[in-house]
Design a protein around this ligand. Structure first.
Ligand code: 0XW
Ligand code: MG
Length: 372
């Protein structure tokens, strides 16, 4: 199988902020998601997606995804997409860094590998461990009573994994965490995510006010160094998210005993291949994880569910499921029922992209035509 052309689509996704100070601070009302189709000479196509939240959240922005693909794609035409290590090597030689640009190509190649051998992506990764994975709800930052009401409603729908958005005023955040995490939990796991919103002194105030509370503390401060200091004073289990850019950062954090759990965002990692490296490092070092992404549509949801389904559930703290608020970009993506994401057993990512929703490509590489 050879790559015949690489097509790039632009999809607009309504953005609904969750409230923490640093998420999507400068995000527009619509996120620009880049969908990549890797088309082959066999007639099979693989799909991947990369959707940063504005340019402020992580070292990535939507225009950079498309520009990066412009650097990478011409080098891949004529190569075998199922040789995913070679594809990643070629991408790294064409462009240093820029994992968000490489990720949709890598994901599309996993989709093609699965389709070519009639196995789901999780099967091609070594086996599917479950046909559904835990999903979590992110409770937007608002007043504690409204957050409790949101939790109760989602409990009734079957969810047991909850992210509680904090990262606002530290005194109010303590009240938010107490309001939720000190209740009769009925098996619930809470993760209080500041999204880097606390200054170090604020975070230290919060974690010193949580005696007896069972709740993960997620990404308190802007930098790794501040977060490490807070971790040293924190009796709750600790999650790192935005400050871990790749395996080197994770290795350092493991060496510093800086975390109990990691948020693996697939496009932030550089695709399924790199996300799997992070997953394996976590398992090897006793670190739980969430496997998800920054944002995206049904194509992203399928990719994250495939890697999660290849991971023993004892390590999982849930996956985020985007409800994009627009018609689906693909049919047959994993569906959420009773707090879990359910996968089908179709090959590759298991989805059928909706070309009507993707529209005309904004760039085409290969097939003799070059970028349009
Ligand atoms: C809830 N999320 C997965 C959505 C945004 O990417 C932020 C995020 C998180 O955990 O920070
Ligand atoms: Mg987070």
């Amino acid at each position: 199988m050879k790559i015949h052309s690489i097509l790039v689509y632009l999809v607009k996704i309504p953005y609904r902020p969750l409230g923490s100070r640093w998420i999507g601070r400068e995000a527009p009302p619509f996120l620009e998601s880049t969908v990549v189709e890797v088309a082959t000479d066999t007639g099979l196509s693989g799909f991947g997606e990369s959707c940063p939240i504005g340019g402020f959240y992580l070292p990535a922005f939507a225009g950079g995804v498309r520009a990066g693909i412009g650097q990478i794609a011409p080098r891949l035409i004529g190569t075998d997409p199922t040789a995913i290590a070679r594809i990643n090597h070629a991408m790294d030689q064409a462009l240093y860094g820029h994992p968000h640009a490489k990720a949709p190509v890598d994901i599309a190649c996993w989709d093609l590998l699965g389709q070519s051998c009639d196995l789901s992506v999780s099967e091609t990764m070594g086996g599917r461990l479950a046909d559904s994975v835990p999903a979590y709800i992110s409770i937007p930052l608002t007043d504690p009573e409204a957050m409790v009401a949101a939790w109760q409603q989602k409990m009734q729908e079957g969810f047991r994994h909850f992210q509680v958005k904090v990262g606002g005023d530290p005194v109010e955040d303590v009240a938010r965490i107490h309001a939720l995490a000190s209740r009769d939990r009925d098996g619930c796991i809470f993760m209080a995510d500041a999204n880097r919103g606390w200054k170090k002194a604020d975070a230290l105030h919060v974690v010193s006010s949580l005696d007896g509370i069972r709740c993960y503390i997620e990404q308190p401060c802007a930098t790794y160094a501040e977060s490490l200091t807070v971790r040293g004073k924190c009796r709750q289990p600790f999650i790192l998210d935005e400050v871990i850019d790749g395996p080197q950062d994770l290795a350092r954090a493991i060496g510093d005993d800086a975390l109990d759990a990691l948020v693996i965002k697939i496009t932030h990692a550089g695709g399924l291949s790199q996300a799997r490296v992070l997953r394996d490092l976590c398992v090897a070092h006793g670190i739980r994880m969430r496997i998800e992404d920054t944002a995206g549509s049904e194509i992203t949801r399928a990719a994250q569910a495939q890697l999660a389904a290849n991971t023993p559930e004892e390590w999982l703290l849930g996956s985020y499921h985007f409800q994009s608020g627009r018609p689906p970009t693909a049919q047959d993506a994993p569906v959420v029922r009773r707090g879990r994401l359910h996968l089908n057993d179709r090959p590759g990512l298991g989805i059928t992209p909706d070309r009507g929703q993707l529209g005309e490509p904004v760039a085409v590489y290969g097939n003799g035509s070059g970028p349009c």
